[in-house]
Design a protein around this ligand. Structure first.
Ligand code: NAP
Length: 344
């Protein structure tokens, strides 16, 4: 019997967007603890760009299918899965493999979601809003009334941080480039345009004693700048290495530079630096998959009752290269989502 086929995005080798292709592959089979999802919507994350370029800390070997987060319907469950049944509509953190009509997910990183909810907005919750929620509440534990600094504030995780911080009564100063500052002010935050020069004076004008927490997805040399804007008893949360793309660095020099920046932060006076990564060997979900499910369920309720409204831009799966280009050039605010067209 002919194998059932899926349509999947493949990164053939590390490089620019020309290494992305959309190909036909056999539908994968779920192993123990896994489910097979027929994908409605698959997120495109900056992590995908870093993986495609080969600078992500746990970059998979090529060829691989990127895709950190999906929404779809369970088609089959693997051995020992008792929590989900075929037919259920779900949202899942896949880390890789999501940009396909058919994806495998861990059952313990999957939650059931309502039928009527918008697939792309649900997808935005899985990586971006869960990350934002965990950064804010589990890692930095920012109290109501505090002022925080969010870098990349117009981006996927950034806009989620702004929305959740506002909901929690936290004042935000957010950095973004040029026109993207509009997405920051639209979310009740104080926008600082990083293209207009050093941001230090502008941030300290709004928070003279330094901010209570800085959320830094840039990493490397940027961490010292974040510490300088944070109160001595505050915290810098380092959750990305976007500097590696700007630098055009390859993986190991980028990781060495990040490691050196973290080591320097430990031995120089000032606020502490905490690392956060959602998945991978040292990922939050490796220790606490139940936190992902709890946080995601809570966020789905907030979407259901209209408390949050993730900003999304959708493209067909076949336009994945354009999606990467747009994400990399900062052309879209919020979350970019690929629609598979695999479901009616
Ligand atoms: N640790 C985790 O578990 C985790 C989870 C999710 C995401 N992340 C990380 O979070 C970051 C954001 O991801 P995303 O998917 O939401 O992407 P995104 O924010 O939509 O895109 C990244 C944005 O960051 C800003 N940026 C890029 N390089 C910068 C630099 N050198 N200095 C200052 N700002 C810079 C740019 O916005 P402006 O030009 O407007 O400033 C850019 O558009 C990525 O580094 C990603 O890897 C980490």
């Amino acid at each position: 019997m002919a194998a059932r086929m899926a349509t999947a995005v493949v990164v053939g080798t590390h490089g620019g967007t020309d290494v992305l292709s959309v190909v036909s592959v056999p539908v994968p089979q779920p192993g123990p603890g896994e489910i097979l999802i027929e994908v409605e919507a698959a997120g495109v994350a900056y992590a995908d760009v870093l993986m495609r370029r080969g600078v992500y800390p746990e970059t998979p070997r090529t060829p691989f299918t990127p895709g950190y987060d999906v929404v779809g319907r369970v088609l089959a469950v693997g051995p020992s899965v008792t929590t989900l049944v075929p037919g259920a509509r779900v949202a899942a953190l896949t880390v890789t493999g999501g940009c396909s009509t058919h994806a495998i997910a861990r059952a313990d990183l999957t939650v059931e979601v309502g039928e009527g909810l918008h697939a792309a907005q649900l997808t935005a919750l899985v990586l971006n809003y869960v990350t934002a929620s965990q950064l804010l509440h589990r890692v930095a534990a920012v109290p109501r009334g505090a002022t925080v600094l969010v870098h990349g504030a117009a981006g996927g995780v950034g806009t989620a941080l702004l929305e959740l911080a506002h909901l929690h009564g936290v004042r935000v100063i957010g950095t973004a480039s040029g026109q993207r500052t509009k997405a920051v002010t639209a979310r009740h935050a104080i926008a600082v345009d990083r293209r207009l020069g050093p941001i230090k004076d502008e941030v300290l004008r709004h928070a003279p004693a330094g901010v209570a927490a800085t959320f830094d997805p840039i990493g490397g040399p940027h961490l010292a700048r974040s510490r300088a804007l944070t109160a001595p008893d505050g915290v810098v949360v380092s959750y990305g290495i976007s500097f590696a793309v700007d630098d055009g660095r390859s993986r190991f020099p980028a990781l060495l530079r990040q490691g050196a920046a973290l080591a320097r932060a430990k031995i120089t006076p000032g606020p502490g630096v905490r690392l956060y990564v959602i998945a991978g060997r040292r990922g939050w979900v490796s220790k606490h998959p139940e936190h992902l499910r709890d946080d995601l369920r809570g966020l789905v309720c907030l979407l259901e009752d209209g408390t949050i409204a993730p900003e999304v831009t959708t493209l067909p799966l076949s336009e994945v290269a354009s999606a990467h280009e747009r994400l990399e050039s900062g052309a879209v605010p919020g979350k970019l989502v690929l629609i598979t067209g695999s479901t009616p």
